[in-house]
Design a protein around this ligand. Sequence first.
Ligand code: GLN
Length: 542
Amino acid sequence: MKKSKFIFVTGGVTSSLGKGIISASLAKLLQSRGYSVTIQKFDPYINVDPGTMNPYEHGECYVTDDGAETDLDLGHYERFLNIPTSQSNNVTTGRIYQTVIDNEREGKYLGKTVQVIPHITDEIKRRMTRLGETGDYDIVITELGGTVGDIESLPYVEAVRQLRWDLGQDHTVVIHLTLIPYLRAAGELKTKPTQHSVKTLQELGVQPDILVCRTEHKLNTELRKKIALFCNVNQNAVIESMDVDTIYEVPLVMLREKLDRVALAKMKLPLKNEPKLEKWKDFLFRLDHPNTEVNIGLVGKYVELPDAYKSINEAFNHAGAVNECKVNVHCIQSETINAKNVHLKLQDLDGVLVAPGFGDRGIEGKIDAIKYLRENKIPFFGICLGMQCAVVEFGRNVLGLKSAHSTEMDAKTTHPVIDMMEEQKKITQKGGTMRLGAYACKINKGSLAHRIYGKLQIQERHRHRFEFNNAYTDQYEKGGMALTGVNPETELVEIVEIEDHPFFIGVQFHPELKSTVANPHPLFVRFVKATVEQTAKRDSRH
Ligand code: GLN
């Protein structure tokens, strides 16, 4: 069995420095050298998982095959490494405490006072090392959410301190990600915030081995020497992380800075082969050298926050590269769309994706948008709520079911074309109770979905409580909306399509969650292709 080594990534000075991307980039480099690597994230908030949080609070909620609702950084891990993550890859303070409190009630600590040290820290350590014990990984990278010095982060840093003793210095590496701000008035990069945040770590008993320094300007030798001297690290362990145009460049930047080499040396692991990154570089080249450009609308209600639709935006990057096409995504707040202005909002777009979501805010705008796209034969792609809105729109405007709606928005509608799943009706708890994770879908031969996937059975990830109401199956099929994908066991409708349209497809699942650099999602690839064809049509019209 493999004995895993552990890399911990902490953050200092400010949040949003990109710990997730640095972790994923290092993992990519180690993987491309021939190591098996996984990444996990520990989040210091008290929610058991981010599933009950509004996207405005925490960005998109990512979902794994095994149905965990997780931090969006897990999406980066999968997109970079092309291996699935699981429930074990994301742990929160809430989950840690829940386990410890359950243990206490069961009497596992009978006679003892239950305390942060050792009970909470032991549970953190157990979960930090768990993926290492599967024998599947040479290296486990653990990203600690939050910023060093925060009250919430203390037990995690303490657990790392203890683990370095438990596992031995050669088996662990601590990478501290920090900011080197540039003061324009002084014309200088400043190292003081970094010195302070490293001191904070040291006070907690953790000496970082590597400093990754986010900066807008190059670090010269003088500055690197100074940082090394004050922060107690080798000069070659001061890694510059300059801002770049796309996150997908970061692995190459880290390769140039030798982050992988320094980390391997610290763990006394061989370099193995030089990183095999041909495919990655090919992807980047395509991303940087598009032949065409398309404008795609993203209609949703969380559009003010780009992180709310992270995986969708990244899936467009992957699909754009395949099509050698720059995808400009234009976010449109669905609340601002109505029947009167919809043509003004959408007429210059080559295609529109109607986003997932919950609740009725902005719902009529989504439905008006879909009507316009259907009638004007502009490519439409609906995901989850977007698919449900397509069903509602078709019911109202084609089948003449004027009151058609989802019972999520109108519990009393006389035409509940989208209704709550039977098993959901008895559930009262909100956290982790949706239909979550990967389920099979059987595809109709000859459908658009079949042509796109090139197979008749697929697995996709889900996160929903409502579904197409099968009482309306015949009406829809006869009326011209084909139900081309269903769950083989429950007959739950997974895919709807309209023929005689350049591209009109709605899916109950979330394809964006499975799009990676190595495997761009076929639905996104084909949708982007349809939008490229649409530009040609528009150009010839003009
Ligand atoms: N609100 C809808 C449901 O629960 C759609 C969910 C989603 O878009 N993820 O079924």
